[in-house]
Design a protein around this ligand. Structure first.
Ligand code: AMP
Ligand code: MG
Length: 345
């Protein structure tokens, strides 16, 4: 199949207009959001949704998020809208918050991987919202990467993975958050973070009081343990290289990363350190790249996946720094630990 390209800045309407009709007629459109690029299909059409799983090579039991363009569309997708959902969407929509609750009969089982709940969000991106409006249906969309690869934060990343597999790519420039949305479950009368993201635990708690954190956010699932969020079962965000995470106080952590660097280089492996503005001084004489600032973890989230992709075919080992697991540091550590298969030193 030939993939058609549109630039959302130069042709703001052409892409969303054609994209909307492609989605309505059962095709696939990749589009920018504030988090990462999404790969969209008609969320009310099970057959169209199946094409997403095919194009990505994604396991069918890993459910998708439905994207809507106005808050009032939520009530058609859920059985009912609990009060805590209203509070959260009034504060955080449009934005990087996905909420999971009991689905209505309109939502096909292909979207939910057979679960009786469905995940919904309203993205904060002009092109994404225009595309959903043009389609006239909720858009089911996971990240627009091949399953297992780092999520795409530019249209070039999407092209690298999806060229020839999907109908349309709309280029809206680089995504400004760079990690996927926060996913919360509203089941059981509570609010539980299944995946941390741009809306932090601290922000949620300021609006709604205490919020639970699923144990799978920072640790691998134990054998035989059921995943609250099916996506947590799978290896994620994995670059070609092996990722290793250094922990401890800054000088200790840097010393461990350098020792590992020297050991692996001696084995003939190409190493690179993902350094930060604050820690570059520790890595003099080593190969490193500065990926952001520790004092502003959003900068690290923004560039992590792009930096992984930039190392493809170059580094065998990527040495990274752990961050405190607060505010955006929680989302960063969730992605980093999964990329590393939880290998820390
Ligand atoms: P992605 O679309 O690749 O960003 O992944 C969507 C994430 O949302 C996955 O980790 C899913 O497991 C999670 N998710 C989607 N729907 C549900 C649901 N009904 N219950 C729990 N988690 C969900
Ligand atoms: Mg994904």
């Amino acid at each position: 199949m030939e993939t058609r390209y549109f630039n959302a800045v130069k042709q703001p309407e052409a892409g969303t207009k054609l994209g909307g009709s492609v989605i309505r007629s059962g095709g696939l459109v990749a589009f920018p959001t504030e988090t990462v690029y999404g790969l969209g299909a008609n969320g009310l059409d099970g057959e169209a949704v199946n094409k997403i799983f095919e194009a990505k090579g994604r396991p069918n039991d890993n459910p998708l998020i439905l994207h809507i363009a106005k808050k009032s569309d939520l009530k058609e997708l859920w059985k009912s809208v609990p009060e805590r959902a209203r509070l959260l969407m009034d504060e955080f929509w449009p934005g990087p918050l996905t909420m999971v609750y009991l689905k209505s009969s309109r939502v096909p089982e292909e979207v939910t991987g057979g679960l009786d709940t469905v995940a919904v969000r309203m993205p904060d991106n002009r092109t994404a919202l225009a595309l959903i409006r043009a389609a006239g249906v909720p858009i089911a969309a996971p990240s627009a990467n091949l399953s297992g690869k780092p999520s795409p934060t530019t249209a070039d990343h999407v092209k690298a993975d999806m060229n020839g597999r999907i109908d349309v790519i709309i280029d809206g420039g680089p995504c400004n958050i760079g990690v996927e949305s926060t996913v919360v479950s509203l089941m059981g009368g509570a609010v539980t973070i299944l995946r941390p993201g741009g809306i932090t635990r601290e922000m949620l708690e300021a609006v709604i009081g205490p919020v639970n954190l699923s144990p799978a956010v920072l640790a691998p699932l134990k054998q035989g343990e059921a995943a609250a969020s099916p996506g947590m079962k799978y290896r994620h965000y994995a670059p070609d290289a092996q990722v290793i995470v250094g922990t401890g106080s800054l000088p200790d952590m840097a010393a461990k990363l350098i020792a590992e660097y020297d050991r692996r280089e001696a084995e003939g492996l190409a190493c690179i350190i993902f350094a930060t503005e604050e820690t570059r001084c520790f890595y003099r004489g080593k190969r490193y790249v500065i990926i952001g600032e520790r004092k502003n973890p959003l900068t690290l989230c923004e560039s992590l996946f792009a930096q992984f992709r930039a190392q493809e075919g170059k580094a065998d080992v990527i040495l990274c720094e752990a961050l405190p697991e607060t505010d955006m540091g929680l989302a960063y550590m969730n992605r980093l630990l999964r990329s590393a298969g939880f290998k820390t030193i």
